[in-house]
Write a protein that binds this ligand. Structure first.
Ligand code: SF4
Ligand code: SF4
Length: 371
């Protein structure tokens, strides 16, 4: 693609990979960026200014756990001054009342709170953090009392799939205006733990239908965003709304990525925001150019009537499952390799849930299931 692409709408800033939780479905890379590799406050401020100048509207302050950064309020204030709509994506753990007040004073626009389960034993087991569930309830109360819009998001897997509709109920109880129920996407730590996380097709179908039924029940009360289970769907998701089309990710160390897991694709050249202007990276980085538009597509995507809707699915999934990032996402029923997805889904949905590798920097230990 030779022409300059329209500017992105959103920037996901992975401020740090540090996180007190250890969710086995975490989409962060298995090779986490070390704290010493993180960018400085000034680096991030410059990136946020550049993003606003190039037309970015939404800034998602994420991680890891962004509250692990001591400069979070300062960064938020800078982003607000630059004209960005700021969304804090947090587990709530690590967010003190004092930091929350400073974020509100800085002009934070929105908070997205993750929940791991519908009660303390389930949530604290999955997140690997005792007391996490209680903390989330406390944070949700601060947010709604402040009048800040709250989104609650929950990731669904074999360990909590039967409770998917109750996640919606909990989000409503917490005062969320929007709830995102996302069936696990198998990247990073989730891919590593796939055999412990995959629900059966019956479980997925039942959970999906039950959450959909909540839409009518809560109509006008809460918006439900529902991310379908990849391995049990008919067509793939429009990953990142198309590669290099609407959003970019910046890693803790400054690598600018078309999506959070793009580093699993060998041979892609990622430019670093410490070294080049963000606008130049967006327009000309080889990694962004690799799968923009439709020219890179193979059949059946190239001649498919849905290619403008789902953009051939996910490049990282094609890489992870087929070893070919430009192949049709095998999650698609039109892919000649779709049978592989069915085989993996059936195989990985058997067996016990316990024993997953918790997302950690150091040695991975098994977390026992709750009694
Ligand atoms: S998914 Fe869990 S472990 Fe990963 S960053 Fe979020 S809270 Fe931390
Ligand atoms: S063949 Fe490709 S473009 Fe068509 S639906 Fe499947 S993934 Fe999408």
């Amino acid at each position: 693609m030779s022409h300059t692409p329209p500017p992105p709408e959103g920037l996901l800033a992975e401020l740090t990979h540090r996180c007190p939780l250890a969710c086995p479905y975490c989409s962060n890379p298995v090779a986490l960026d070390a704290p010493r590799a993180e960018m400085s406050t000034d680096d991030w401020k410059r990136i946020f200014s550049e993003a606003a100048e190039m037309g970015v509207l939404h800034l998602h302050l994420s991680g890891g756990e962004p509250c692990s950064r001591r400069d979070l309020a300062e960064l938020t204030a800078h982003a607000v001054e630059a004209g960005l709509y700021t969304n804090l994506i947090t587990s709530g753990v690590g967010l003190t009342r004092e930091l929350f007040d400073r974020l509100v004073a800085a002009g934070l626009d929105h908070l997205q709170l993750s929940i791991q389960g519908v009660d303390a034993p389930q949530a604290d087991w999955i997140g690997g953090y005792k007391g996490g569930y209680a903390k989330k309830r406390e944070v949700a109360a601060w947010v709604t009392a402040e009048g800040l819009p709250l989104t609650v998001n929950a990731v669904i897997h074999r360990g909590n799939v039967e409770d998917a509709p109750r996640m919606v109920d909990l989000a409503v109880e917490l005062g969320a205006r929007r709830v995102e129920i996302a069936h696990t996407q198998y990247y990073g730590w989730a891919l590593k733990n796939r055999a412990k996380l995959m629900p059966t097709r019956e479980q997925s179908d039942r959970a999906y239908a039950a959450v959909e039924a909540r839409r009518a029940h809560y109509l006008g009360q809460v918006v439900i965003d529902h991310v379908a289970p990849d391995y049990h769907a008919r067509f793939p998701k429009a990953c990142m709304s198309g590669w290099g089309r609407q959003t970019l990710n910046v890693s803790p160390s400054g690598k600018v990525l078309p999506c959070h897991s793009a580093e699993i694709i060998p041979g892609l050249e990622f430019w670093n925001a410490r070294e080049k202007p963000l606008a130049e990276i967006w327009a000309h980085s080889p990694a962004f150019e690799a799968f923009r538009g439709f020219d890179w597509m193979q059949e059946p995507c190239r001649s498919c009537e849905r290619k403008g809707q789902d953009f051939g699915g996910c490049r990282c999934q094609a890489m992870a499952l087929l070893g070919d990032a430009s192949a049709c996402d095998p999650a698609c029923t039109k892919s000649p390799h779709h049978g592989l997805v069915n085989e993996i889904a059936a195989r990985d949905s058997e067996g016990p849930v316990e024993g997953f590798a918790p997302r950690r920097y150091a040695r991975q230990e098994e977390i026992p299931t709750p009694a």
